[in-house]
Design a protein around this ligand. Structure first.
Ligand SMILES: [Zn+2]
Length: 375
């Protein structure tokens, strides 16, 4: 997809998601009053807001230079881990890395598209960068698909975002959280977020800052980036690579009382078994999903079969070994035949567009789309 295909609606709907919770209340109020209230009361919160969203958008025409600098920086970091930058990083394989958004610290949030079919697999890496091993594995998979396009079936397409959380990766020692101290896998606006995300964090994690779910859901640009990828590419299945729990997890009922699987859970279970069979029968589990997690947001609430690959360790020396074991499973995921499994969008997502979207002119001026350079 080219930038010219970035419709106003898709980016506006992304914006809408960051505020639909807030606007659920605010929509009933006079918006000018709400605007003032936001300025007076909430502007100091370190969250992505309508007023500051623009600072997370890369300037048109700057993408190529930004990605080049970014890849060079990743290569420098890789030296420390003895990874091979040309093979396991952005590399020089001619991949058309794209980005429209950037992190708080200014790194581009990159992704690439392989294949042109409709059966779409979204692969995410580096959500928790201190886990280390998923990052080179995901980059390596992108390089692998670039070099071997025949691995993608004619009706297939793969979207890879190998380093969702660059600020966490570039932090000294790497961190689980993003540059603003938020656990991105607890920050999605799921229906249970306001009810239990903070409570779970306080009670089950004793307010460990590594698991902080954010001040409000969808407060982080890296969360919105993932939502934007899901909304734009409408994946039939999502694979997110983590470590070091040592299993494949599909987001089913977990340890809740036994019940029949939903359609997407059943599909996720079939997919994960198929991936496991191609990964030396790697262990498969069914974990309960967390408030604000990707599995909850995409798998549970939107019916998109979502699989987490938890590598066994965060040991940088294990990359070759993990690649040998798990690349056939990832290839299998790409080939796995899902059709139109995405559930319709749920609730409330247009409130921001109606209330705020028009004010974000950059993404709402349809006529200027044709003038934007292709990436
Ligand atoms: Zn993780």
């Amino acid at each position: 997809m080219r930038l010219t295909n970035l419709t106003t609606k898709s980016l506006s709907s992304l914006l809408s998601l960051s505020f639909c919770a807030w606007t659920n209340t605010a929509a009933a109020l006079d918006m000018s009053f709400s605007d003032q209230a936001m300025k007076d009361a909430f502007i100091s919160l370190p969250v992505v807001l309508r007023d500051n969203f623009q600072q997370f958008v890369l300037a048109y025409g700057s993408e190529t230079a930004n990605v080049k600098t970014f890849c060079d920086r990743i290569a420098q970091s890789y030296v420390m881990f003895k990874w091979k930058p040309a093979i396991e990083g952005c590399g020089d394989r001619g991949i058309n890395w794209r980005s429209q958004l950037k992190s708080h610290a200014g790194s581009p949030l990159i992704y690439a598209e392989f294949g042109h079919g409709s059966n779409t697999t979204l692969v995410l890496g580096g959500v928790h960068p201190d886990e280390l091993t998923p990052i080179p594995i995901t980059f390596k998979f992108a390089n692998h698909l670039q070099a071997n396009p025949q691995l993608i079936p004619e009706n297939g397409r793969v979207i890879i975002a190998p380093l969702v959380n660059p600020d966490g990766f570039f932090r000294r020692g790497a961190s689980r959280t993003n540059g603003r101290g938020v656990d991105l896998n607890r920050n999605f606006f799921t229906q249970d977020w306001y009810g239990i995300a903070k409570t779970w964090w306080a009670e089950k994690r004793e307010k460990n800052p590594r698991h902080f779910p954010g001040h409000i859901p969808n407060s982080e640009i890296e969360t919105l980036f993932q939502i934007w990828l899901i909304d734009t590419y409408k994946p039939d299945k999502i694979i997110s690579v983590h470590a070091p729990l040592g299993f494949y997890d599909y987001d089913g009922p977990g340890d809740q009382k036994p019940r029949a699987l939903t359609d997407s859970e059943e599909k996720a279970r079939m997919l994960v078994r198929s991936m496991s069979a191609n990964s030396r029968n790697y262990k498969v589990v069914d974990f309960t999903f967390y408030p604000g997690s990707l599995g909850n947001y995409a798998g549970n609430e939107r019916g998109i079969p979502t699989v987490t690959l938890e590598l066994e360790t965060t040991n940088p020396d294990k990359i070759s070994e993990y690649w040998t074991q798990f690349s056939p499973g990832l290839e299998q995921a790409v080939k796995y035949p899902f059709v139109n499994t995405s559930a319709p969008r749920t609730k409330g997502a247009s409130l921001f567009l109606e209330s705020y979207g028009r004010k974000t002119a950059r993404f709402n001026d349809e006529s200027s789309d044709t003038k934007k350079p292709a990436l």
